[in-house]
Design a protein around this ligand. Structure first.
Ligand code: FES
Length: 70
């Protein structure tokens, strides 16, 4: 687990885009990944993203994500 600046406990392992432990799904809003080496386009279209704190950021005012829906 990693702790975000907001105090959220987030799953991670490598923080390097290799393990996919940080995979999450956007349920509401929009996020942008700076880099993506492992997600296929159809997964991105389904709302999946890497939630590494250094590689992803929200681009909408409100974002709701789930780490349980893959
Ligand atoms: S923590 Fe390994 S891909 Fe995100």
């Amino acid at each position: 687990m990693s702790v975000s600046r907001q105090g959220l406990r987030l799953p991670y392992a490598c923080k390097g885009g290799v393990c996919y432990t940080c995979r999450a799904k956007v349920l509401e809003g929009e996020v942008k990944m700076n880099k993506n080496y492992i997600l296929e386009q159809h997964e991105i279209d389904e709302g999946l993203f890497r939630a590494d704190l250094s590689q992803c950021h929200p681009v909408s005012e409100r974002v709701v994500v789930s780490f349980d829906e893959h």
